[in-house]
Design a protein around this ligand. Structure first.
Ligand code: B12
Ligand code: SF4
Length: 528
């Protein structure tokens, strides 16, 4: 049987990174079946397009995965596939919580023939065999022989054959420049960001988050060896292609168990498996100097930190009181001292937010080392404790907001400001943090660093700007480049100066990397 796995486009980014679930399910597919992957972000498709693809390729089963944000498009695409007579199975965080909606059991139309609840590592092979026999069931739940919910241990994680997977659609280097850039240094003919998971689960239960409900509060890890081997495979591929690969460790909190993270990072260093990487780590765990040394030594470049708010009352309200705003600056300095920078994520529209929340946040951000601040609105995702609390209080203004998704729009009324005021705060945050002046300031604050760091922060800021301000068309890029021409000229001028690209790699030298250690497992904290 031929199977199509499809991920709808998010309408914001193009092909910046593939979705891991597709490669994972492909690797877990029983032999004898052929799996084709289409990521809508890289290969845009509409309803007629997917129906045609399914017919032309003689597809026998379509699997669709989506977050809440993309679910309306996912349903439309599923409907189009089902008109061809081919069955659709849906999975992922949204349909896990809203299976009745997908199956048309809530009074609405049916979109899926079957739904895979939760982690599908163990159920996927069963789904494929049932579909091949024409005996798909409505619901596949990950349960053991006694009917109890069971979570994959990750100890026998499949090998994802990155060396042979077609990743052409995920090359971030423009085609026209590939030939020339292959010749620079070790080669820049391709640049790809690849998702790798080293563990799953988070026990923290922040009120707005899906993760604790979805992956459970039991934390599970792959073996160090399997992660290291995956990195080595990716490195070898990049070398063979005269290109570069960076890894996004998609764990919700990559350092949730500090001892284990340190041991993984030491193994990465020992095996010379370092690649540039990004991960999500909560601020409380970054108090550990040795961990931060190892992050820098193992290739860590950007850390995503869910700061959410600078107001402790807001953090307490959403059950994230373990975040301590008073230590944000110290944590960021500690990272920056090793040339590791942070993507700092903030949420507005929280219950203690008042008008001016964005400016108060930015006042602090401006005093921190340069990074990539991002701003969102508190969003009640289905089945989260936040959703249930707001529903009970009658505060949801758009209870099924995902059916008509609007980016950066509240679905409930905050307590101390109006919905419009909350929208204005988020707009202000983006406008100020990504203005040409703010970009120039970020670049200048790294004047004591080699030019590469300044170019990196500038390009990263330009890309992150696109999360709020649409950057999908060529004209949008031309406008932004024109607005930032002074900074661009300055960087180009400096690029021609002798020695501009060389210099001290970090403000302080990372301390020597400690040797491997083993020991008991301690759960320290979490992020998402
Ligand atoms: C990586 C990631 C992203 C990436 C996505 C791009 C990419 N290429 O991966 C980025 C950074 C862009 C991102 C952004 C956002 N994300 Co995000 N993200 C994640 C993260 C950390 C990892 C996803 C992942 O790969 N997981 C590992 C794989 C193996 O798990 P999985 O995808 O769930 O797949 C398993 C099952 O769900 C199932 N499955 C999934 N799909 C399918 C399909 C079929 C057919 C079947 C059978 C099974 C199946 O099987 C898989 C194996 O068990 C998750 C949290 C998490 N740990 O999952 C949040 C998460 C998915 N994100 C979330 C959110 C809310 C967002 C944002 C909306 C945040 C924001 N406010 O801006 C944005 C918007 C995204 C956008 N613009 O599209 C929520 C989604 C909740 C929900 N109900 O939708 C999550 C769960 C985190 C959270 N805190 O709650 N995200
Ligand atoms: S720490 Fe992060 S992943 Fe864990 S529950 Fe909170 S937001 Fe979710």
């Amino acid at each position: 049987m031929k199977i199509l796995l499809y991920n709808p486009d998010n309408g914001v980014t193009r092909n910046f990174m593939p979705h891991l679930w597709m490669f994972l399910l492909q690797a877990l597919t029983p032999s004898g079946h052929e799996v084709l992957l289409v990521d809508g972000n890289a290969q845009p498709m509409d309803e007629a397009g997917i129906a045609e693809f399914v017919r032309d390729n003689n597809i026998g089963l379509v699997g669709i995965g989506a977050m809440t944000r993309m679910i309306a498009k996912a349903y439309r695409m599923a409907d189009a596939v089902r008109t061809t007579g081919v069955p659709v199975v849906m999975g992922g965080p949204h349909v896990t919580e809203m299976a009745d909606e997908a199956l048309g059991r809530d009074g609405g139309p049916r979109h899926a023939d079957a739904v895979a609840l939760g982690e599908a590592d163990a159920t996927w092979p069963r789904i494929v065999e049932d579909a091949a026999r024409g005996q798909l069931k409505d619901v596949y739940a990950p349960v053991d022989a006694f009917g109890q919910e069971s979570k994959p241990s990750l100890k026998d994680y499949p090998v994802i054959p990155w060396q042979s997977i077609d990743l052409k659609q995920f090359n971030l280097v423009p085609k026209a420049a590939t030939g020339l850039l292959q010749k620079i240094g070790e080669g820049w003919g391709s640049f790809r960001i690849v998702p790798v998971e080293s563990g799953r689960g988070c026990p923290y239960g922040c009120e707005f988050c899906t993760v604790t409900g979805f992956f459970g509060d039991s934390i599970r890890f792959r073996t160090n060896e399997s992660v290291v081997n995956e990195l080595l495979l990716l490195k070898a591929r990049a070398r063979a292609e005269k290109g570069q690969i960076a890894v996004f460790f998609i764990d919700d909190n990559f350092a949730i168990n500090i001892k284990r993270t340190k041991s993984l990072l030491r193994d990465i260093i020992a095996a010379k498996a370092q690649v540039h990487w990004v991960a999500q780590i909560s601020a409380n765990l970054l108090r550990d100097e040795e961990l931060v040394d190892l992050i820098a030594a193992s290739g860590g470049k950007w850390i995503f930190i869910g700061m959410e708010s600078i107001d402790p009352a807001n953090l307490k309200d959403v059950n994230k009181g373990f975040n301590k705003p008073g230590e944000y600056a110290t944590v960021l300095e500690r990272l920056a001292a090793r040339n590791v920078y942070a993507i700092t994520s903030f949420i507005f529209g929280m219950d203690n937010d008042t008008v001016g929340a964005a400016e108060r946040t930015l006042e602090q951000v401006r005093t921190w080392p340069p990074g990539l601040p991002i701003f969102g609105l508190l969003t009640p995702l289905p089945a989260t404790p936040l959703y249930k609390r707001l529903e009970k209080a009658g505060r949801l203004t758009r209870p099924k907001h995902w059916q008509e998704f609007i980016p950066f729009a509240m679905a409930h009324t905050p307590l101390k400001m109006t919905i419009e005021e909350a929208h204005a705060e988020v707009r202000y945050g983006w406008e100020q943090a990504y203005s040409p002046e703010a970009l120039a300031h970020a670049v200048d604050s790294l004047n004591d660093q080699p030019l590469g760091y300044r170019v990196n922060i500038f390009l990263s800021r330009l890309c992150f700007r696109g999360i709020y301000f649409p950057m999908m068309g060529k004209m949008a890029w031309v406008r932004v480049i024109a607005q930032n021409r002074r900074t661009i000229f300055k960087l180009v001028r400096e690029g021609f100066k002798k020695g501009a690209w060389r210099g001290a790699p970090a403000r302080i030298l990372a301390s020597p990397v400690p040797q491997a250690e083993t020991g008991e497992v301690i759960v320290q904290g979490a992020e998402g």
